[in-house]
Write a new protein. Structure first.
Length: 160
């Protein structure tokens, strides 16, 4: 496993671009609420730590990870944001539903990145167990929400 014994959420904010004027959208799945709230909190902490004003962060909730694509699309169309972070958590169950939701969500977010000039950051955990999700949403492997926030900052200023 790539993240065993590693916390990948460590960043050096002095190496990041100025984020003080960025407007960041965050679309959060309500499914697996404990995990997605942990990811959201990690993202917000990193954004604010890197200079994004808390007033410049907008949050929308959607029912599940499958709905993230539409939520992100509407946020891009309805709000003036420099980047959007799509936060979700899909945990393997006993059926193929996991495969379909993971694939459709990843493809949908990829499609948004191709169609629009606003970057959409994929912060959807696709874990085999609840414990793996906990480990990656503020646990022993750090917080993928923080990593997504750093990616959002970098992508928001790409090419400018």
């Amino acid at each position: 496993m790539a993240t065993v014994h590693k916390n990948l959420s460590v960043y050096d904010k002095t190496e990041l671009p100025d984020a003080s004027k960025l407007r960041i959208g965050v679309v959060v799945s309500e499914w697996n609420h404990e995990i997605t709230e942990g990811l959201y909190n990690g993202a917000i902490e990193a954004l604010v730590d890197c200079g994004v004003a808390s007033d410049n962060v907008s949050r929308w909730n959607v029912p599940g990870s499958f709905e993230l694509t539409y939520g992100c699309k509407r946020m891009i169309m309805d709000m003036k944001v420099d980047a959007v972070i799509a936060i979700g958590s899909v945990i393997q169950g006993e059926t193929k539903h996991f495969d379909f939701v993971c694939s459709a969500t990843a493809q949908g977010i990829k499609d948004l990145n191709v169609k629009y000039d606003t970057p959409v950051i994929f912060c959807v955990l696709t874990d085999n167990t609840l414990q793996q999700a906990k480990d990656r949403s503020g646990g022993k492997h750090g917080n993928k929400g923080a990593e997504a926030a750093i990616a959002a900052i970098k992508m928001a200023v790409l090419g400018s």
